[in-house]
Design a protein around this ligand. Structure first.
Ligand code: AHR
Length: 838
């Protein structure tokens, strides 16, 4: 491959100085974040094979009501938007009820329906399946089949524990449990339950051994006589779970996490911690105890979570992987992009704090002194669990959150000084000045590759007032399901975090898993099906980074700033918004030669959204994302645009476009009061969409029903935004280098660790000069992840993109190396050196 490209060369060597010590790299820099999304737990890490085991899948989210085929949230004020959002979602009750189940007859007539049992198996889980077996011919069977999570992974010779409950007043036949291959119909193992009295709920348990291997396994319960039978809580677990834990995790999936060497695990979310409504939040207390008694809850990602992998299992998993636990709990407010209802009374807030206390005590307290700790001991773990971090909310924002955080944090920090608490605001949020105390902050980024390449330096000038936990980040825009380009751009970003590890103390990629049959988020680190699992290229970037974390950074010169900066392109202007209704008037352009063009509202041509003209006002009235009206036949990159803008309703502020092509597909937007009316920034528009940001986002909100004077000064090299005469921000066109180098010293092995990103599609030849080393051992390891930018791993080729390790014999105080196109490379160079000057 290399032969067909021109090798990009830089004459200046990259200078590394072992004598100039940089930041100590946080030992906790690399961790993981688990959320029940895309069936990451149920049908993913959690080893349960039966889907909808308790027949509760159709149950409405807590506190929501059913009307006209939709589930409606409680009528309440949204904490951020200060309006009632009337939040609702489609709800197909009947379709949901039989999720995972089929009823059929082999020479038998049978129907089945999910009903509310008159005497439920457990009050938390009131529903059961009622099987009405009308007739069974001799040798025939009425069959209830569970198809698992898109098939069950069964392995020849492995044993599976079945547990289910049956009740019948009149059924006198036998019940056979079978493992079958859903593709061939072959029975792979079976067990008969004969003569059990079934008058009351009766627990049936058995161990089945599979005599075949399939990813499309099924569990069947077969009945050989007529009668009415109620069935509930049907559970099937492989015995070979991770570390053999009962109610445990899938061994091959858990092993993928072991191989990432995570130092901590964040759990349980994510948006689901907030909930679509406050009552829909994750309630950790309901995730404890016998899984049969766990009610589960509808998960904001669109399916019901069983919470079989609950708080106890999470803590146990952390202990098993020798990592610290980070527990995230609701801060008294639901997700503001959903219903956003919240509590605020003293009594309610006290209950919120108590819920945190109980969770902390469950993990850490003395079982002889605390009832929650006693529950932990009763569940088999008298010793404390490794809980170290507690996050107060998830992605909560704004003044209401500040009030909640201050209240909760004040109590908890005083009572549990040994714990680190995490605030959900980003590291530059102005509201941090209203929150005294020692806590970490948690910014999140889901963006395209340009963002990650452009932001290797993001933390260089970050305030050092709070330690930063980058709790969620991923390159997920325009990169398929997560190709190599995405991974390489993340490597560039990670190198910036590692360099700034004096302040960036922890990071976790997100989301962690997807079941291949259910993608709720564009890119996910690890893909799972019923029996296999593989890591995307991003997984290997995480692994390489964690395995090669140096003890401290050492000085390295910038590899290259000779970027490919393009001036802002000429194009036309446009007006628009994002999920916001707004009005524009008095639009005027002054060209570089001083000419004034008055733009009448009628001249703008609608591209997206609902636009109308009334007098001198151009109004956008839809709630569409990224609306746009373009001024045709204007083409420049050197002018001043002035207008007045007013928001009439909606979530954000204004979009003022410049440099746009005639179809409104490519160009730039000044996004004023975007990100839920919180910040402004310049954003490139590519193929009609925004993703990354040029320069920085600055805090900014706009009021409804107020006219603002907006001025945008556009030149080929700079764009500047003024609002009401005040300069708000300016940005240059992206000058993007795709070459990055980061260096550190690993005290445990005595190696210089050189990390290089080549994000171009050409080989990259660089010479290095190592200073401060007494000796450099010529032979050392080079670990490389490379390939084609658009390549992705798949179940067919799970390691098409995976790091390769080679031995290099030419390390020296001066050496040269050619880095593969589109690569992340780590060199481990044995050196003897004088200690740095710190
Ligand atoms: O990781 C997916 C989601 O992204 C998380 O639930 C949330 O915290 C963020 O918005």
């Amino acid at each position: 491959m290399a032969g067909s490209f021109t090798v990009m060369a830089q004459t200046e060597p990259i200078r590394i100085d072992l004598g100039q010590k940089g930041a100590v790299v946080s030992p906790n820099l690399y961790g993981i974040f688990f959320e029940e999304i895309s069936h990451a737990g149920d049908g993913g890490l959690y080893a349960e094979l039966v889907q909808n085991r308790g027949f509760e899948e159709h149950v409405l989210p807590s506190s929501m009501t059913y009307r006209d085929g939709r589930a409606w949230a409680v009528d309440a004020m949204n904490y951020e938007h200060r309006t009632n959002r009337n939040w609702n979602i489609p709800w197909n009750m009947d379709e949901k009820k039989m999720t995972g189940w089929k009823v059929s007859g082999e020479n038998a007539t049978v129907t089945g329906e999910v009903v509310e049992a008159s005497t439920p198996l457990h009050p938390n889980t009131p529903h059961a399946l009622q099987l009405n077996i009308k007739k069974v011919d001799t040798g025939g069977h009425a069959i209830l089949t569970n198809t698992g999570y898109w098939g069950m992974g069964l392995k020849a010779g492995e044993q599976y524990d079945l547990r289910c409950y049956v009740k019948s007043a009149n059924y006198k036949g036998s019940i056979t449990a079978r493992l079958t291959d859903g593709e061939t119909g072959r029975t792979l193992g079976s067990v008969d339950f004969n003569g059990k009295p079934l008058k009351d709920w009766t627990e049936l348990t058995a161990t089945l051994t599979s005599n075949g291997t399939t990813g499309k396994g099924q569990l069947q319960l077969a009945f050989d006589k007529a009668g009415t039978v109620f069935i509930d809580y049907v559970s099937l677990f492989p015995q070979a779970t991770f570390k053999g834990r009962k109610n445990g995790q899938r061994a091959n999936v858990a092993q993928m996490l072991v191989d990432l060497h995570p130092k901590f695990m964040r759990w349980p979310g994510g948006c689901i911690v907030e909930g679509a409504t406050y009552e829909n939040r994750v309630k950790w207390k309901e995730t404890l105890g016998d899984p049969m008694t766990r009610r589960g809850e509808w998960d904001v990602w669109g399916y019901r979570a069983t919470w079989g992998m609950g708080y106890h299992e999470f803590l146990q998993f952390c202990e098993d992987l020798n990592m610290d636990a980070m527990f995230v709990n609701n801060a008294g407010m639901s997700c503001s992009v959903r219903n956003g209802d919240y509590v605020s009374s003293e009594a309610d807030m006290e209950a919120v704090v108590q819920d945190f206390r109980d969770a902390i005590d469950y993990a850490l307290a003395d079982p002889t002194k605390n009832k929650w700790a006693k529950m932990r001991a009763d569940a088999g773990h008298p010793k404390p669990f490794p809980l170290k971090y507690v996050e107060i909310g998830n992605e909560n924002v704004g003044p209401e959150y500040v009030t909640h955080f201050n209240y909760i944090f004040k109590h908890l920090k005083a009572e549990y000084p040994q714990l680190t608490f995490i605030n959900t605001l980003g590291h530059t949020d102005r509201l941090l000045s209203q929150i005294p105390g020692d806590y970490m902050v948690d910014p999140h980024w889901y963006r395209d590759p340009n963002f990650f390449f452009n932001n290797n330096h993001l933390f260089d000038d970050a305030p050092r007032t709070h330690d930063i936990y980058v709790g969620e980040y991923a390159c997920n825009g325009g990169v398929g399901a997560g190709n190599l380009l995405a991974a390489i751009s993340e490597a560039a970003f990670i190198m910036g975090m590692e360099r700034n590890s004096d302040v960036v103390k922890m990071t976790s990629y997100a989301p962690l898993f997807e079941n291949e049959n259910r993608r709720d988020w564009p890119c996910n680190l690890i893909h799972i099906n019923s029996s296999e699992v593989y890591g995307r290229a991003s997984y290997y970037v995480q692994q390489m980074s964690a395995e090669n974390r140096p003890t401290y950074n050492v000085f390295v010169s910038e590899p290259s700033t000779a970027g490919d900066a393009q001036p802002f392109a000429s194009g036309t202007i446009g007006l628009g918004s994002y999920a916001t209704q707004c009005e524009y008037r008095n639009v005027k352009v002054t060209t570089a030669d001083g000419k004034t063009i008055i733009c009448q509202p009628q001249q703008f041509q609608k591209q997206r959204g609902e636009w109308s003209v009334s007098g001198d006002v151009l109004a956008q009235t839809s709630n569409e994302q990224l609306t746009l009206s373009l001024l045709p036949s204007f083409n420049s990159n050197d002018y001043t645009l002035e207008l007045q803008a007013r928001k009439t309703a909606g979530m954000e502020g204004f979009f003022i476009y410049y440099g746009m092509d005639e179809h409104g597909r490519n160009g730039y937007a000044v996004n004023i009061a975007g990100w839920n009316n919180r910040t402004s920034a310049i954003q490139p528009i590519r193929r009609g969409r925004t993703n990354d940001v040029l320069g920085s986002q600055v805090p900014q909100s706009v009021e409804t029903n107020r006219w603002y004077d907006v001025k945008v000064v556009v030149s080929p090299e700079l764009v500047t935004l003024f609002i009401d005469g005040k300069q708000i921000l300016s940005a240059k066109p992206a000058s993007q280098t795709r070459h990055f180098c980061q260096t550190g010293y690993d005290e445990t092995t005595g190696e210089l660790v050189i990390k290089v990103v080549n994000g171009t599609e050409q080989p990259y030849r660089r010479s290095f000069s190592i200073e401060g080393a007494q000796t450099v051992i010529p032979t050392g390891r080079i670990i490389t992840l490379s390939g084609n930018a658009n390549d992705e791993n798949t179940f067919e080729q799970p390691t098409k993109l995976a790091p390769q390790t080679t031995l290099f014999g030419k390390f020296d105080k001066q050496f040269t190396y050619v880095f593969a196109p589109m690569s992340y490379t780590i060199m481990r160079v044995k050196v003897a050196h004088r200690q740095g000057n710190g």
